[in-house]
Design a protein around this ligand. Structure first.
Ligand SMILES: [Zn+2]
Ligand SMILES: [Zn+2]
Length: 118
């Protein structure tokens, strides 16, 4: 079985102060096989960490947590940020890049956007 962290932030997000180098080091130290770097509306650190990673058995996924119409969606396997952050533009952009688009925290009741009820 492989273990990945598919939602991680670095100092390029307002909610984290982790240096990109430290994120890579910690992820490997904790025995993960890979990590997705998903800074808020940013992809810079994902590129930095991907470049820093010299271990072919460790995968760094380029991603970003996007503020889509006020709700957060995580885009994985992207190479660039969508130009616009409205829902349809984000879907088009991520699809054209062959990426994955995921609701970042669908069950977080403290957020008004994108959560599911029965
Ligand atoms: Zn997040
Ligand atoms: Zn979020």
């Amino acid at each position: 079985m492989k273990a990945y962290d598919l939602h991680s932030h670095t100092k390029y997000s307002p909610c984290s102060n982790l240096d990109p180098k430290l994120v890579l080091k910690l992820a490997k130290k904790r025995g993960l096989n890979g990590i997705a770097i998903t800074d808020h509306n940013e992809i810079k650190a994902a590129y930095q960490i991907s470049k820093l990673n010299k271990d072919k058995d460790f995968e760094v996924i380029l991603g970003s947590e996007l503020s889509v119409n006020g709700g957060h969606m995580t885009a994985l396997y992207i190479n660039e940020l969508p130009k616009e952050l409205d829902f349809l533009s984000v879907v088009d952009s991520v699809r054209s890049q062959g990426g994955l688009l995921i609701l970042a925290h669908p069950y977080d009741l403290s957020r008004k956007h994108f959560y599911f009820t029965k």
